[in-house]
Design a protein around this ligand. Structure first.
Ligand SMILES: [Zn+2]
Length: 99
């Protein structure tokens, strides 16, 4: 996969490298989890997961909602809400540095 520059700091999120990646999170909805058979290949579980990667510098999260087939949406626990207070500025995408 790639290295993505964090839009909140000078850091980045790596989606490749050593395994297991300590900054990678795999997330399933409760519905998905309930539908998992008793025995399932790990590659199928991975294919169903939403992938999240933590910025190595500030802990912002790059979330790949569609399994890495598009650029991530970034969320930061440290972000500032815009003057309108709408919070709509949180959905910031960033282009990958490398692929
Ligand atoms: Zn960052």
């Amino acid at each position: 996969m790639a290295k993505y520059r964090c839009p909140f700091c000078e850091g980045f999120a790596h989606t490749s490298g050593g395994l297991p990646n300590p900054n990678e999170f795999l997330v399933w909805t409760a519905k998905q989890w309930d539908e998992v058979p008793d025995q399932v290949p790990s590659d199928r579980l991975l294919a169903e997961a939403t992938l999240m990667y933590k910025c190595v510098a500030c802990a912002a999260l790059a979330i790949f909602w569609r399994g890495g087939r598009s650029d991530p949406t970034w969320y930061s626990p440290l972000r500032q809400v815009g003057p309108s207070g709408s919070g709509n500025d949180s959905d910031r995408a960033a282009a990958p540095l490398t692929r």
